[in-house]
Design a protein around this ligand. Structure first.
Ligand code: HEM
Length: 190
Protein backbone atom coordinates (compact mmCIF):
# COMPACT_ATOMS: atom_id res chain seq x y z
CA UNK A 1 0.00 0.00 0.00
CA UNK A 2 2.87 2.33 0.83
CA UNK A 3 3.97 1.87 -2.77
CA UNK A 4 0.77 3.34 -4.11
CA UNK A 5 0.82 6.36 -1.83
CA UNK A 6 4.38 7.37 -2.56
CA UNK A 7 4.11 6.77 -6.27
CA UNK A 8 1.88 9.83 -6.44
CA UNK A 9 4.99 11.87 -5.91
CA UNK A 10 6.48 10.73 -9.20
CA UNK A 11 3.32 9.80 -11.02
CA UNK A 12 3.74 11.97 -14.13
CA UNK A 13 7.29 10.77 -14.85
CA UNK A 14 6.47 7.16 -14.04
CA UNK A 15 3.39 7.33 -16.28
CA UNK A 16 5.49 8.57 -19.21
CA UNK A 17 7.84 5.62 -18.76
CA UNK A 18 4.98 3.15 -18.38
CA UNK A 19 3.05 4.51 -21.40
CA UNK A 20 6.17 4.24 -23.59
CA UNK A 21 6.64 0.69 -22.36
CA UNK A 22 3.04 -0.27 -23.22
CA UNK A 23 3.37 1.38 -26.66
CA UNK A 24 6.50 -0.65 -27.37
CA UNK A 25 4.69 -3.75 -26.10
CA UNK A 26 1.86 -3.23 -28.60
CA UNK A 27 4.39 -3.33 -31.44
CA UNK A 28 5.82 -6.61 -30.21
CA UNK A 29 4.69 -9.94 -31.63
CA UNK A 30 3.78 -13.01 -29.61
CA UNK A 31 6.96 -14.60 -30.96
CA UNK A 32 9.03 -11.72 -29.47
CA UNK A 33 7.29 -12.18 -26.14
CA UNK A 34 7.79 -15.92 -25.97
CA UNK A 35 11.54 -15.41 -26.54
CA UNK A 36 11.96 -13.13 -23.58
CA UNK A 37 11.82 -13.84 -19.87
CA UNK A 38 9.40 -11.79 -17.75
CA UNK A 39 12.27 -10.28 -15.77
CA UNK A 40 13.96 -9.04 -18.97
CA UNK A 41 10.66 -7.67 -20.24
CA UNK A 42 9.99 -5.71 -17.05
CA UNK A 43 13.65 -4.67 -16.81
CA UNK A 44 12.70 -1.78 -19.07
CA UNK A 45 10.91 0.14 -16.33
CA UNK A 46 13.88 1.54 -14.39
CA UNK A 47 12.14 4.56 -12.86
CA UNK A 48 9.20 2.46 -11.68
CA UNK A 49 11.68 0.00 -10.16
CA UNK A 50 13.55 2.79 -8.39
CA UNK A 51 10.26 4.15 -7.02
CA UNK A 52 9.32 0.71 -5.72
CA UNK A 53 12.74 0.32 -4.09
CA UNK A 54 12.59 3.76 -2.52
CA UNK A 55 9.10 3.00 -1.21
CA UNK A 56 10.34 -0.25 0.27
CA UNK A 57 13.08 1.78 1.95
CA UNK A 58 10.62 4.20 3.56
CA UNK A 59 7.86 1.68 4.16
CA UNK A 60 9.39 -1.82 4.30
CA UNK A 61 6.51 -4.34 4.19
CA UNK A 62 8.39 -6.42 6.79
CA UNK A 63 9.45 -3.72 9.27
CA UNK A 64 11.51 -5.99 11.53
CA UNK A 65 12.79 -9.54 11.68
CA UNK A 66 13.84 -11.60 14.70
CA UNK A 67 16.54 -14.12 15.41
CA UNK A 68 17.50 -16.19 18.48
CA UNK A 69 21.25 -16.17 19.14
CA UNK A 70 22.71 -19.67 19.12
CA UNK A 71 25.93 -18.45 20.76
CA UNK A 72 27.11 -15.48 22.83
CA UNK A 73 27.66 -12.36 20.78
CA UNK A 74 29.98 -9.51 21.82
CA UNK A 75 28.78 -6.23 20.38
CA UNK A 76 31.39 -3.62 21.32
CA UNK A 77 31.16 -3.43 25.16
CA UNK A 78 27.91 -5.42 25.41
CA UNK A 79 27.74 -9.18 25.69
CA UNK A 80 24.47 -10.55 24.32
CA UNK A 81 24.06 -14.10 25.69
CA UNK A 82 23.11 -17.15 23.65
CA UNK A 83 19.35 -17.71 23.64
CA UNK A 84 18.51 -13.97 23.45
CA UNK A 85 16.01 -12.86 20.87
CA UNK A 86 17.39 -10.08 18.69
CA UNK A 87 15.14 -7.87 16.61
CA UNK A 88 16.57 -6.32 13.47
CA UNK A 89 14.53 -3.19 12.86
CA UNK A 90 14.59 -2.86 9.08
CA UNK A 91 12.52 0.33 9.11
CA UNK A 92 15.17 1.95 11.37
CA UNK A 93 18.13 0.74 9.28
CA UNK A 94 16.51 2.22 6.18
CA UNK A 95 16.31 5.71 7.71
CA UNK A 96 19.94 5.88 8.85
CA UNK A 97 20.96 9.44 7.86
CA UNK A 98 24.64 8.43 7.47
CA UNK A 99 23.64 6.04 4.71
CA UNK A 100 20.56 7.78 3.35
CA UNK A 101 21.03 11.54 3.77
CA UNK A 102 17.76 13.41 4.34
CA UNK A 103 16.26 9.99 5.11
CA UNK A 104 12.57 10.96 5.19
CA UNK A 105 12.68 12.39 1.68
CA UNK A 106 11.34 10.24 -1.14
CA UNK A 107 14.16 10.16 -3.68
CA UNK A 108 14.17 7.24 -6.14
CA UNK A 109 17.57 8.34 -7.45
CA UNK A 110 19.12 6.80 -4.35
CA UNK A 111 18.79 3.59 -6.33
CA UNK A 112 20.59 4.73 -9.47
CA UNK A 113 23.41 2.26 -10.15
CA UNK A 114 26.10 4.84 -9.37
CA UNK A 115 24.46 5.77 -6.03
CA UNK A 116 24.10 2.10 -5.09
CA UNK A 117 27.58 0.84 -5.65
CA UNK A 118 29.30 1.95 -2.41
CA UNK A 119 26.41 1.13 -0.10
CA UNK A 120 26.94 -1.66 2.43
CA UNK A 121 24.97 -4.76 1.32
CA UNK A 122 23.13 -4.83 4.67
CA UNK A 123 22.17 -1.13 4.62
CA UNK A 124 19.06 -1.82 2.56
CA UNK A 125 17.31 -5.09 3.38
CA UNK A 126 13.58 -5.05 2.56
CA UNK A 127 13.83 -8.76 1.77
CA UNK A 128 16.24 -9.50 4.65
CA UNK A 129 19.75 -10.78 3.86
CA UNK A 130 21.93 -13.82 4.42
CA UNK A 131 20.96 -17.47 4.28
CA UNK A 132 17.30 -16.94 5.33
CA UNK A 133 16.51 -14.04 3.03
CA UNK A 134 13.34 -13.90 0.98
CA UNK A 135 13.27 -16.53 -1.74
CA UNK A 136 10.40 -14.69 -3.46
CA UNK A 137 12.07 -11.30 -3.88
CA UNK A 138 12.53 -11.38 -7.65
CA UNK A 139 9.04 -12.71 -8.11
CA UNK A 140 7.68 -10.01 -5.75
CA UNK A 141 9.42 -7.26 -7.76
CA UNK A 142 7.98 -8.63 -11.02
CA UNK A 143 4.51 -8.82 -9.51
CA UNK A 144 4.77 -5.24 -8.23
CA UNK A 145 5.96 -3.96 -11.61
CA UNK A 146 3.27 -5.85 -13.46
CA UNK A 147 0.38 -4.71 -11.23
CA UNK A 148 1.57 -1.12 -10.76
CA UNK A 149 2.44 -0.51 -14.42
CA UNK A 150 -1.02 -1.75 -15.45
CA UNK A 151 -2.74 0.41 -12.83
CA UNK A 152 -0.74 3.51 -13.71
CA UNK A 153 -1.30 3.02 -17.43
CA UNK A 154 -5.06 2.58 -17.14
CA UNK A 155 -5.87 4.96 -14.31
CA UNK A 156 -4.85 8.28 -12.90
CA UNK A 157 -4.32 7.69 -9.19
CA UNK A 158 -5.61 10.50 -7.03
CA UNK A 159 -4.51 10.66 -3.40
CA UNK A 160 -7.32 11.22 -0.94
CA UNK A 161 -4.99 10.65 2.03
CA UNK A 162 -1.60 12.30 1.57
CA UNK A 163 1.51 10.25 2.48
CA UNK A 164 2.30 12.51 5.44
CA UNK A 165 -1.20 11.99 6.88
CA UNK A 166 -1.14 8.18 6.85
CA UNK A 167 -0.42 6.53 10.22
CA UNK A 168 1.35 3.17 10.06
CA UNK A 169 1.53 0.35 12.58
CA UNK A 170 4.30 -2.22 12.93
CA UNK A 171 2.31 -5.44 12.80
CA UNK A 172 3.88 -8.60 11.39
CA UNK A 173 3.79 -6.49 8.26
CA UNK A 174 3.79 -2.71 8.14
CA UNK A 175 0.27 -1.51 7.53
CA UNK A 176 -1.79 1.65 7.67
CA UNK A 177 -3.86 2.09 10.85
CA UNK A 178 -6.92 3.33 8.96
CA UNK A 179 -6.39 2.14 5.38
CA UNK A 180 -5.35 4.43 2.56
CA UNK A 181 -7.95 6.07 0.38
CA UNK A 182 -7.22 6.64 -3.29
CA UNK A 183 -9.42 7.55 -6.26
CA UNK A 184 -8.95 5.95 -9.66
CA UNK A 185 -9.78 8.04 -12.71
CA UNK A 186 -9.99 5.99 -15.91
CA UNK A 187 -7.58 7.09 -18.63
CA UNK A 188 -8.43 6.94 -22.30
CA UNK A 189 -6.12 4.05 -23.20
CA UNK A 190 -6.58 0.48 -24.50
C1 HEM B 1 7.12 -7.27 -1.34
C2 HEM B 1 7.00 -8.59 -1.11
C3 HEM B 1 7.83 -9.34 -0.10
C4 HEM B 1 8.59 -8.88 0.94
C5 HEM B 1 8.82 -7.43 1.39
C6 HEM B 1 9.19 -10.03 1.57
C7 HEM B 1 10.06 -9.97 2.64
C8 HEM B 1 10.62 -11.07 3.27
C9 HEM B 1 11.53 -11.01 4.39
C10 HEM B 1 12.02 -9.72 5.06
C11 HEM B 1 11.86 -12.28 4.72
C12 HEM B 1 12.83 -12.73 5.82
C13 HEM B 1 12.10 -13.00 7.10
C14 HEM B 1 13.12 -13.28 8.17
O1 HEM B 1 14.32 -13.19 7.93
O2 HEM B 1 12.71 -13.58 9.31
C15 HEM B 1 11.16 -13.15 3.80
C16 HEM B 1 11.26 -14.53 3.81
C17 HEM B 1 10.61 -15.36 2.95
N1 HEM B 1 9.86 -14.98 1.85
FE1 HEM B 1 9.38 -13.08 1.33
N2 HEM B 1 8.79 -11.17 0.91
C18 HEM B 1 7.97 -10.79 -0.12
C19 HEM B 1 7.38 -11.61 -1.06
C20 HEM B 1 7.54 -12.98 -1.11
C21 HEM B 1 6.99 -13.83 -2.13
C22 HEM B 1 6.19 -13.33 -3.34
C23 HEM B 1 7.33 -15.10 -1.81
C24 HEM B 1 7.05 -16.39 -2.51
C25 HEM B 1 6.70 -16.47 -3.78
C26 HEM B 1 8.11 -15.04 -0.58
C27 HEM B 1 8.63 -16.14 0.09
C28 HEM B 1 9.40 -16.10 1.22
C29 HEM B 1 9.89 -17.27 1.94
C30 HEM B 1 9.62 -18.73 1.60
C31 HEM B 1 10.66 -16.81 3.01
C32 HEM B 1 11.38 -17.64 4.08
C33 HEM B 1 12.80 -17.92 3.63
C34 HEM B 1 13.57 -18.67 4.70
O3 HEM B 1 13.21 -18.62 5.87
O4 HEM B 1 14.56 -19.34 4.34
N3 HEM B 1 8.22 -13.74 -0.19
N4 HEM B 1 10.41 -12.40 2.93
Amino acid sequence: MGVIVVLFLQQEKVREEVDAWFEAKERRTDADDSQESASKMFGDLPLLERCIKETQRLYPSVPFISRVLTEDFQMEKYLIPAGSMVNVVISGIHRNPYIFPDPDKFDPDRFLPEANQDRHPYAYVPFSAGPRNCIGQRFAMLELKCVLSTLIHRYKLIAVDKPEEVLFMHDIVLRPCNGIRIKLEKRDVQ
